[in-house]
Design a binder for this molecule. Sequence first.
Ligand SMILES: [Mn+2]
Length: 430
Amino acid sequence: MTDPTNPQFIRDSNAQALAAHQADYDALGAQLQRLGRDIESVVDAVSRFAVAIPSWGVGTGGTRFARFPGPGEPRNVYEKLEDCAVIQALTRATPAVSLHLPWDRTGDYAQLREVASGLGLAFDAMNSNTFQDQTGQPHSYKFGSITHTDRATREQAIAHNIDCIQAGKQLGSRALTLWVGDGANFPGQHHLTRAFERYLESAKQIYAALPPDWTLLLEHKMYEPAFYASVIQDWGTSLLAAQSLGPQARCLVDLGHHAPNVNIEMIVARLIYAGKLGGFHFNDSKYGDDDLDAGSIEPFRLFLVFDQLVDAQYRRVSSFSPAYMLDQSHNVTDPIESLMSSAIELQRAFAQALLVDREALSQHQHSNDVLLAAQTLKRAFTLDVHPILCEARRRRGGAIDPIHTYRRSGYRAARAQARPAVAGSGSGIV
Ligand SMILES: [Mn+2]
């Protein structure tokens, strides 16, 4: 194996692709110049774009039917960081990792932070887990966690979230993502109002434990594991909760957590308006919460979400800095390849959104020129920005072709030798 994070190896790999890349980049630069756009400013913005890797994403996911483990899966948080470092070295778009406790629990968070820093990684939002029972836990979450009818169960779930904040403080994290699977499977099982009141009461206690520079990200999900009524089922309930908790609470939009055909970019626009857009879990889906790779099914929708984000920047919306994270389940691909590819798809949507002619769009909207307004967006979406993405990576020391470079390194085969499988390694979907 060649170490795929070795700068010389990446440069050598790039050398083979450089001439073709330079020709494509120059051609796109000339095309954009004719459109009155400067390719350099787009490369600069794209090279500063960052999305966090979920620690659970580097393991193989699964469905409720089965999980088919891949070779060389990471068996603990340190091995997860090794894989995340490969993704970052090759893409230069993923400088932080989002941990999930207790899956990533370790005795010494200061040491973990040091190891991560040595690998060029920082820590993004912490994620709590009260959707499954842990060994030795006194109270079960079978019928709920922070919304449970039993006070002691709620207190146990609140204490776990506060533990996540404590661990995150040592890691340099500045956010806690709160997603709970709480809900009902049958009409009548829950008092719909009282369950929400219990959520707010518990969330207030978690909120009170936040350091002043932290954000509490509230993640909604329409269904699963609750199949009749999730307590925080949509963005409206999430916004209501964020508004009642206070300024440090914001809404997190997981692209997979809506009904099919829901207009997610509109949700994004409304949350921006309310000053409550906290962040994203990016993925893609066809039918439900499929957790497929970002941009693999609905690239136009991903572009339209980024169009709203770039529009907010363009309008200089105050205190606008959503956190970007991936949240995917890789069942049939090498997770490292899927995560690299998804990070690049986000950069693609971002670059295309940057290239929307916003002045022209605004004029077409004002004059009700529907066709040209729609075509203004389509024109940006259909631009092939691939050379911009390659150039942004190359300038930061990343790979022009991350997947090819990764495969050339032989990393997966070497990890398969070095990491014999263990039973029950933590990975999942939230
Ligand atoms: Mn999620």
